[in-house]
Each structure stands twice: as C-alpha cells, then as structure tokens.
Ligand binder design. Structure first.
Ligand SMILES: Cc1cc2nc3c(=O)[nH]c(=O)nc-3n(C[C@H](O)[C@H](O)[C@H](O)COP(=O)(O)O)c2cc1C
Length: 168
C-alpha cells in the first residue's frame, strides 16, 4: 500500500492498524490487584522502555476495558514479559474468561501483585503518572524491582505470534 494521509477521506482504522502491526514487539501481561484484592491482568504489546535513570517504562490501556479501574487505582503493578512457549497465556489474558488466573501458577510481588511463572522478565513498578492519549490511557511508571530469566521471548508481528529464528 502507498502513502495514506490522515487528512484523506480514504484513511481508515484498519489500514492504520495494519501499518502499526509492521512494528514487531514482544508480549507482556500487566498484572495487579483490584480494590477487592482479586488478581487482574491483561495482554499488552504497547509496552516499551523509556528511561534508565530514573528507570521508567510506558504502555497504553484502552479506556473501554473492564480492567481500567483496577489499573488506575492500584499503587503497584507488574509487567510480565512472556516467553516463547507462553502463547496460550497471552490468549488467556486477552480472552473473555471470567477468571483469567484460574489454574495458573504465580508468585506474589510488592503488595501481592501477581508475578506469572515461566516469563522472560518481571518488572514491578510504582503506578504514578497517567496521561490521556486518545482512546487509550498512557501509563508512565517507575521500576522498583526486576528479574530476568534466560529464555527466548514470545514475539508479535502483523497480528500473529512469532518465534525467534535460531542464531546463525
Ligand atoms: C497481542 C495483543 C496485544 C494487546 N495489547 C494491548 C495494549 O497494549 N493495550 C490494551 O489496552 N489492550 C491490548 N490488548 C487487548 C487486551 O488484552 C484485551 O482487550 C483485554 O484483555 C480484554 O479484556 P476485557 O474484555 O475483559 O475488557 C492486546 C491484545 C493482544 C492479543
């Protein structure tokens, strides 16, 4: 497809989505606790690093999601970076299942936030700054603790899960 201008009547959300999908990412699951203590989590690929000192990360949350109140109100949450064999976990945390944590193995981080097992990395963060960003809310948060595991990551590109090719 050629150049599509936002001013053109032909601009449509689907082609914008497809163009954004050309940016390959990893997959994370953001986890926290709701006000009643129940665990909450969703699949997110808008995660990115922002700053090393202070250590800051960013991601965006759709304003329309049921999890919005929990993430707006919590003091801490965790970023779980998924491993290559965790595609089913990614699907689980983007699904309509009533309890996404049923049958899952996880440990507790700061404030009891869920840290999922088998990930490539965990970041436990302080929920401080949020900005309106169109139909999403941007979360800019400080990393308080992190852990890294020697595993290949799960990748996402052009609307599909991918795996790293072996190094030549
Ligand atoms: C690969 C992938 C990446 C996603 N990234 C985001 C994201 O960055 N921000 C977001 O708000 N939702 C994202 N979602 C969608 C949410 O995971 C999904 O809409 C949400 O879990 C649905 O929850 P609900 O139906 O209970 O509201 C993504 C979904 C998938 C499959």
């Amino acid at each position: 497809m050629g150049v599509v201008s936002m001013q053109q009547a032909s601009f449509d959300v689907q082609s914008f989505r497809r163009a954004l999908g050309m940016f390959a990412t990893g997959i994370t699951v953001m986890t926290t606790r709701a006000a009643d203590g129940s665990p909450v989590g969703l699949t997110v690929n808008s995660f990115n690093a922002v700053s090393l000192a202070p250590p800051l990360i960013v991601w965006s949350l759709s304003r329309h999601l049921a999890q919005r109140a929990a993430f707006e109100q919590c003091q801490h949450y965790a970023v779980n970076v998924l491993g290559a064999d965790q595609e089913s976990l990614s699907r689980n945390f983007a699904s309509k299942l009533p309890n996404r944590f049923a049958d899952l193995v996880w440990e507790e981080g700061i404030d009891g936030i869920p840290l999922l097992q088998g990930c490539c990395a965990h970041f436990e963060v302080r929920n401080e700054v949020r900005h309106a960003g169109g139909d999403h809310l941007l979360f800019l948060s400080e990393v308080l603790r992190f852990e890294r595991f020697e595993r290949d990551p799960l990748l996402y590109f052009s609307g599909a899960y991918r795996h790293m090719a072996p190094l030549l």
